[in-house]
Structure formats: C-alpha cells, structure tokens
Design a protein around this ligand. Structure first.
Ligand SMILES: NC(=O)c1ccc[n+]([C@@H]2O[C@H](COP(=O)([O-])OP(=O)(O)OC[C@H]3O[C@@H](n4cnc5c(N)ncnc54)[C@H](OP(=O)(O)O)[C@@H]3O)[C@@H](O)[C@H]2O)c1
Length: 247
C-alpha cells in the first residue's frame, strides 16, 4: 500500500467538519485526524465514525484554535506521530448566534480569522514536509465582496454582518497565503454551502435553517475532490463543490 495521506480537520466533531471526516475516511489511504477543542465531543465523534467501519484510519487530537498553547501542542503531536501533514482543513468556525455587540464580534473574529490564521501558520512547516500538500480554508459565499455588492446575487440581502466580515477577512488571508506558498502548497478557500450544522444554533430550526439546509456530506464530497487532486487547476481560488465563487 502506498503511503497514507495525513489529513487534519479542525472543528471535526460537528457539522461540516464531522461529515468531511467521514467522507475522507472512506478512503483506505487516508488517515484523518479529528482536531476538536472538547475532548468529550471529540471522543464521541471518533467512536461514532469508527462504528461506521470506514476503510481509512482515524485519530483524535485536542485543538482549540483560540488557544496558542493548544495549537503549539497539536503541531508537536502531529510532528511526533507523522513528521508531516499532507492536508490541513481549517474548518472550525463560529457565528456566535447567542451573543451580540462586542462579545459577538470578538467571538467570531477570534475563531474565524485569528484562530484559522494562526492554526494555518503553525502547521505550514509540517505541510512543507509533504510531497503534495493542501491547505483548505473553510470560508463562506457570504464572505464574497462581489456577491455582497451585487443586487442580483442570492447573497446580497443576507444579514449576519459580523460573520460575513470575518469570512471576507479569511478570504484575504487565503489569497495572501496562496501567493506566498503556491510554489509548494495548494491553497483553497472552500464554501461548504448552506448545510445542516450547529453554526446557527442547536435547535432543529437553526440546524436546518428552517428546512433550507442541505446535507454536510455533500460539502465533504466537495472537499474530497480537492484532496484527490481533481481541482488542482483551481488552487488559489474560492471554490464550492460545483465550481467557483468571485472573491
Ligand atoms: N453550515 C453551513 O451552512 C455553513 C455555510 C458556510 C460556511 N460554513 C463554515 O463551515 C465551518 C464549519 O461550521 P459548521 O457549519 O459545521 O458549524 P458547527 O456544527 O457549529 O461546527 C463548528 C465546529 O467548529 C468548532 N469550533 C468552534 N470554535 C472552536 C475553537 N475555538 N477551537 C476549535 N474548534 C472550534 C466547533 O466545536 P464545538 O462543537 O466544541 O463548539 C465545531 O466542531 C465554519 O467555518 C463555518 O463558517 C458553514
């Protein structure tokens, strides 16, 4: 068997991260590291995924993207166990649905921008040890400036100002990382689409976005296409499972 592809997903215990872990771990050559801030939630996700008899392998890692010590320790553990990282899926995110004002802004930017940036930067040395590394920032079409300013876009009228601003900022970080790393790392911003998750809250109306949200396994399939190299020509872009978005 050829060497396993080592994949780390932040925020892997829920929603898009969990579904992506499932899709990626269906492949025998994949080792998926579930990076979760809450060890109990992480263990529950790991046990559930292991009960599905997936062909790849799985492991659990504690990682709070808002905690520098946790980030440093996580990088150290991956270095010790694998000596490289082939795919980083920077997925952990928050819309802070239950807070407002400064607290909401702090929570959203701390997770979606500062956390995502610092985690990505911290893992770059391990990505550079991979023969064909990928860095995937899970963004949102709501972060597109072009769609936000186009009255004909479905994204035009959406609210969530703070969240939209955080994803626009993450998009700029992604562009900058692509320009810096493109000679070796394929960097993508990926929109998972409107799918079921705890992002909007934990009651059924919020999880399903009042019945509009799709299946996060579809988001995982979109990310799988990137990991399998099917989207290499779009590196440096802002993509979803079906195509691309304007920045
Ligand atoms: N679902 C959608 O419709 C949609 C659409 C566009 C983009 N997205 C993006 O998709 C990504 C995943 O979100 P989701 O929709 O799957 O929501 P979710 O179900 O709430 O999952 C978010 C994950 O991020 C984790 N997380 C939050 N703060 C963290 C921190 N400080 N350190 C580590 N992990 C942290 C959560 O952990 P806990 O369980 O411990 O809170 C959870 O595992 C986000 O970046 C989101 O912006 C989602």
């Amino acid at each position: 068997m050829s060497q396993q592809t080592i994949i780390l997903i932040t925020g892997a215990n829920s929603g898009v991260g969990y579904a992506t872990a499932q899709i990626l771990a269906e492949h025998p050559n994949h080792h998926v590291i579930l990076a979760c801030r809450d060890p109990q939630k992480g263990q529950k996700a790991l046990s559930e995924l292991q009960s599905k008899s997936l062909k790849g392998t799985l492991s659990l890692l504690q990682l709070d993207v808002e905690d520098d010590t946790s980030i440093t320790q996580a990088v150290h553990t991956v270095d010790e166990q694998h000596n490289r990282l082939d795919v980083l899926i920077s997925n952990a995110g928050s819309a802070a649905p239950n807070s407002s004002g400064r607290a909401r802004l702090n929570q959203i930017f701390s997770t979606n921008v500062i956390g995502a940036t610092l985690v990505s930067e911290a893992f770059i040395p391990l990505l550079l040890k991979s023969e064909k590394p990928y860095l995937i920032q899970v963004s949102s079409g709501l972060g597109s400036m072009k769609m936000a300013t186009d009255p004909s876009s479905v994204m035009y009228a959406a609210p969530w100002d703070e969240y939209r601003a955080s994803k626009a900022a993450l998009n700029m970080i992604t562009v900058q990382m692509h320009k810096r790393l493109q000679s070796h790392v394929r960097v993508f911003a990926f929109c998972p689409g409107l799918v079921r998750s705890n992002l909007r809250g934990e009651d059924e109306a919020a999880v399903s976005a009042y019945g509009r949200a799709g299946d996060p396994l579809e988001s995982g399939r979109g990310i799988l296409g990137i990991v399998l190299g099917e989207r290499d020509g779009e590196a440096g872009g802002f993509v979803n499972k079906d195509g691309s978005f304007p920045w």
